[in-house]
Design a protein around this ligand. Structure first.
Ligand SMILES: *Cc1c(COP(=O)(O)O)cnc(C)c1O
Length: 304
């Protein structure tokens, strides 16, 4: 993969951060690539190099129907010459995938294999992976969400020396690979906040396996009930954020983080003078699928 061009950092002014006397900057990782955007690009970089070194021609990975990682792997395969296979959670989707993420993955040439939710749970088991190899031929395995040691190494490249001026670095957390990379690239005195988009305390151990520093914590107050769960106030926030800053954020990841930052600022949780760098990790392809869901429920949509 070619090296990304200089990624812009943009200062934004939200009413909540302005009145709290804090400055908020956004690293526009969403601009890396129209589809292979944000942290998923970073996570693939060294994995694709490794796949090539090992002589692989096929990438296989796992995901749900809205997964950014599935969309990105499919596109990376078509751009960089790999056959791709996506193992998708949910047999019921098989008959005719209507979801925009899966339709785009098919268009990018990904072969989709639908498995039951029960079978999907075994995705990390060696026996399950061996059975997939017997059925589909050899492949380079990318874990669900794309996180492994090479992915963390790629995410370390999000930060540069000049980012040491920031007191806080915020990112979204699904599997924690992105946060782990940021922690490794940070300096001790910086504080990292990972906004969890899933419920539950299952990640701390995973993240600890990739990092040595203790300058971070997981904020779990802004997952809105779980992965891809949203409500009207989140949709309103996303639309107002777009209007006020010109930046589009997604409802599954970055919208929740910015909502959380604004809310924490309003609650006075950041001292005046705080300088926050928030990582816009992309994920905008997921908005179409979410809007499809919202319109079925006759709820207001995210403005594109
Ligand atoms: C996948 C994804 C994340 C989560 O990254 P992890 O490394 O799994 O924590 C955050 N933001 C966006 C937009 C994503 O697509």
């Amino acid at each position: 993969m070619t090296a990304p061009v200089q990624i812009p950092t943009q200062q934004i002014r939200l009413p909540e951060t302005e009145s709290a006397g804090i400055s908020l900057f956004v690293r526009r990782e969403d601009l890396l690539h129209p589809v292979i955007s944000g942290n998923k690009y970073r996570k693939l970089k060294y994995n694709l190099l490794r796949a090539k070194e090992e002589g692989h021609t096929t990438l296989l990975t796992f995901g749900g129907a809205f997964s950014n990682h599935i969309a990105v792997t499919a596109r990376a395969g078509s751009e960089y010459g790999y056959r791709t296979i996506g193992v998708i959670r949910g047999e019921e989707l098989e008959s005719r995938p209507k979801n925009p993420t899966l339709v785009a993955a098919l268009r990018d040439g990904m072969q989709l294999k639908f498995v039951s939710r029960q079978a999907y749970r075994q995705k990390a088991d060696a026996a399950f992976v061996e059975a997939l190899k017997a059925e589909l031929g050899p492949f380079y395995l990318l874990p669900e969400g794309g996180t492994n040691r090479l992915a963390v190494r790629g995410c370390e490249e999000i930060l540069a020396e000049s980012d040491r001026q920031f007191t806080h670095i915020c990112c979204c957390v699904g599997t924690g690979g992105t946060l782990a990379g940021l922690i490794n690239a940070s300096v001790e005195r910086q504080r990292l906040i990972g906004f969890q988009v899933l419920k539950g305390d299952y990640l701390t151990k995973d993240i600890r396996s990739f990092v040595r520093k203790d300058n971070w914590y997981l904020e779990d107050g802004y997952h809105f009930g779980g992965y891809a769960k949203i409500n009207q106030s989140l949709v309103t926030f996303i639309n107002n954020f777009r209007r006020d800053t010109g930046i589009l954020v997604d409802p599954v990841y970055t919208g929740k983080m910015f909502y959380g930052i604004a809310h924490m600022a309003r609650r006075g949780l950041f001292e005046p003078g705080t300088r926050i760098l928030a990582i816009h990790s992309g994920g905008l392809q997921g908005i179409a699928g979410m809007n499809q869901f919202l319109s079925q429920k006759k709820l207001p949509l995210i403005n594109l």
